[in-house]
Design a protein around this ligand. Sequence first.
Ligand SMILES: *Cc1c(COP(=O)(O)O)cnc(C)c1O
Length: 230
Amino acid sequence: MADLTMIAANLENIHARIAAAARAAGRDPADVTLIAVSKTHPRAAVLAALAAGQAVFGENKVQEAEEKFPIPGAKLHLIGALQTNKAAHAVRLADAIDSLDRERLSDAIAKAAAAAGRLPELLVQVNIGDEPQKAGVPLAAADGFIKASRARFGAALKGLMCIPPEGVDPLPYFKRLAAMADAHGLAVRSMGMSGDFEIAIAAGATHVRVGTAIFGARPVPPGVIPATHH
Ligand SMILES: *Cc1c(COP(=O)(O)O)cnc(C)c1O
């Protein structure tokens, strides 16, 4: 459950940790954007964070995001696997879609953007650990897909996103994503969550996606065995 009274203090704490990690890496803290991941938490939690100065939010389900957003002054990133039949809603609602990972989704986004007259910022999600169960473009296809996305969407393609494998040191995966973004001349690297955002900042993250450490633990759906955290 989101403890609304803790959100401002949690945000302050995360900002201090982001700044310390950036300085330790010889980076400017202002070059790291905090995406507050509000999935499963109520709109009231988003409003509490907004009142505390947090302007950028992440949601992983389009329908749930539509129940909370748009909120004036809040920027919304969709960070979850996106079905093509949700692309039109996503394009209308989101400021950024961070999970572009296949040609058919590109087709659906391009069509929806033409109809809506707006195109959100886009990140290509890379399956950086080549894990069969995970979303993201497979490593072998990543360079080609990034090039094709750049050709199709131009400057709207801002960068790359990844979720490294659980239970292992994420640093080599973060470094790999940063190198891939460099190779393609892309500025944005969205990587790092509550458990590993400082490591991601050391590897060059420009966006970190933090949920639990701001809003508290998410409810576990019945029947689901919680994943062990690294
Ligand atoms: C839920 C989620 C996060 C936030 O995870 P926490 O461990 O709660 O910080 C970050 N990125 C994505 C893609 C997510 O789905």
